[in-house]
Structure formats: structure tokens, C-alpha cells
Write a protein that binds this ligand. Structure first.
Ligand code: NAD
Length: 251
């Protein structure tokens, strides 16, 4: 028996990185998944790979900043697999820049992807989840949504902090309908998002020294937590924060 048997999940940013790993692991636990992203070639490859192994997966073009794309992604999910039980708002972007050097365009873009994208996904998932008798929304925030950072990530921390509290308000508004909403707060995870830092040997060694476990996390480390939140195992958990960061924010 899989931990997600019979569940239907929509994962944004599912073409690579953590979203793609979550897609593969969700299917192994018995779910059908719809993966949405702007990277169509990569997304279709993940879809083909999952289908080749006998799993149910569909890739859709989904720019999370566009309401029409969300409407279509939710409609495709319901028409392909009959319902929507789980939404993982995983798509996100990061840039590093000092506050004084951050342009208005940079600020608007990261707010649009990381915050508006989560709002729009939530808005369009809720009616489908209500129809399904409940559901679980999982918003991928960051340790940067819990504490500030000295580097050039002020705008990113602002987006991830916003996701943390949007999660709690969503949870309160929809608790009575059986729609749960929790945030996940990963520490540094080895994906393309932080490749530049990992590849800068000197900077990376310094960073590793500041990590209590002395290692970077893997997408699997996060996916196991996301599976827990997607499953009925977490049925009493809503409005909460799941920190998976190797101890980074413990000190
Ligand atoms: P990643 O860059 O490998 O993947 C991000 C995915 O989001 C990509 O597939 C990208 O195409 C997609 N995306 C970007 N803009 C989009 C848009 N407008 N519409 C749809 N999809 C879009 O990085 P990742 O590490 O897998 O990131 C996943 C999530 O985890 C993000 O929300 C990120 O902020 C968060 N996170 C990452 C780390 C880390 O260290 N990697 C740490 C904490 C939190």
C-alpha cells in the first residue's frame, strides 16, 4: 500500500529540482500527478519517464504568475484524473542582489512568481478540493521565510516570509472544509537554484562550516516531508511549519 494511494496531486515547478523528485516519489506512493512548469521539454521528459515506469503523470505548461494557466492546470487535473486532492506550490525563483542594487523589475518578478503564484494556485485549487471533500495544500517556503540572511537575498526572504503567513490564513479560512494548508521550510538543497554557490568552492566550504550537519540537503530529504503533508498521516496538521534544514535555524 502506498502512502498516497488514490490521491491526485498538482505540483508547480515540477519539471526539475525538488518538484520533479516529488512527482516521481508521489507516484511511487500511489498518486497520480500533474506537473506544471514553464520548462516544457524538461517537464515532458519527467512525464514520459513516470509513464514508462507504469505511473500516472501529465505535464502541463503552467506559468504560476498567470491566472489563466492555473485555471487550465486545475481543469486538466480534474478532467484527466477525476479530482484534485493535493497542491504543492513549489515553483520559485531566487536572485542575489543588495537592496540598493535591486531594481523594481527584479522585486516585482520575484514577488509575482514566489507570492502571487502561491496565491493563484491556492485560489484555483480550493474549489476543486471542496468538490473532492477536502485536500492538502503544501507551500514550499524556505528557512529564508523564518529568519533573515546576511547575503543579497532580502527580496527572496520577503517572498518566503509572505508564503509562511499566507499559509496560516489559508489554513484558518478552510479548516472546517477539510482543506489543510502547511508550509515547508527547506535549508540549502542541492538543486540548480543554488548551483552557483555550490560551485564556488571557497564560498561553499565556508557555508558548509555554518551548517550544523555539515552537508547540504537533497530533494528527497524534502520530498519525504511533503509526502507526509500530502497524506492522511498529517490529517490533524494545518497552518503549521515543517522545517527540514539539517539544524540550520536551530542556533
Ligand atoms: P529549481 O530551480 O531546480 O526548480 C524551480 C522550478 O520552478 C524550475 O523547474 C523552474 O522552471 C520552476 N519555475 C520558475 N518560475 C516558474 C514560473 N513562473 N512558473 C512555473 N514554474 C516556474 O529549484 P528547487 O530547489 O527545486 O526549488 C523548489 C522550491 O524550493 C522553490 O520554491 C525554492 O524557493 C524552494 N527552496 C529551495 C532551496 C534550495 O536551496 N534549493 C531552499 C529552500 C527553499
Amino acid at each position: 500500500m502506498g502512502r498516497l494511494d488514490g490521491k491526485v496531486a498538482l505540483i508547480s515547478g515540477g519539471a526539475k529540482g525538488q518538484g520533479a523528485v516529488e512527482g516521481r516519489m508521489f507516484v511511487r506512493e500511489g498518486a497520480a500527478v500533474v506537473l506544471g512548469d514553464v520548462l516544457d521539454d524538461e517537464g515532458k521528459k519527467v512525464e514520459a519517464e513516470i509513464r514508462a515506469s507504469g505511473g500516472k503523470a501529465t505535464y502541463v505548461h503552467l506559468n504560476v504568475t498567470r491566472e489563466a494557466d492555473w485555471r487550465a492546470a486545475v481543469a486538466t487535473t480534474v478532467s484527466s484524473y477525476g479530482k484534485l486532492n493535493v497542491l504543492v506550490n513549489n515553483a520559485g525563483i531566487l536572485f542575489r542582489s543588495k537592496i540598493e542594487e535591486t531594481t523594481e523589475e527584479d522585486w516585482d518578478r520575484i514577488m509575482a512568481v514566489n507570492v502571487k503564484g502561491v496565491f493563484l494556485g491556492t485560489k484555483h485549487a480550493i474549489p476543486a478540493m471542496r468538490q473532492a471533500g477536502g485536500g492538502s495544500i503544501i507551500n514550499i517556503s524556505s528557512t529564508a521565510g523564518l529568519v533573515g540572511a546576511p547575503g543579497g537575498t532580502a527580496a527572496y526572504t520577503a517572498t518566503k516570509g509572505a508564503v509562511r503567513l499566507f499559509t496560516k490564513s489559508t489554513a484558518i479560512q478552510h479548516a472546517k472544509e477539510g482543506i489543510r494548508c502547511n508550509s515547508v521550510h527547506p535549508g540549502p538543497i542541492a538543486t540548480d537554484m543554488i548551483k552557483d554557490v555550490i560551485e564556488d568552492k571557497a564560498q561553499w566550504e565556508q557555508r558548509l562550516r555554518r551548517l550544523p550537519m555539515g552537508r547540504v540537503g537533497t530533494p528527497e530529504d524534502i520530498a519525504y516531508g511533503v509526502i507526509y503533508l500530502a497524506s492522511d498521516e498529517s490529517s490533524f496538521m494545518t497552518g503549521s511549519e515543517l522545517v527540514i534544514d539539517g539544524g540550520t535555524t536551530a542556533e
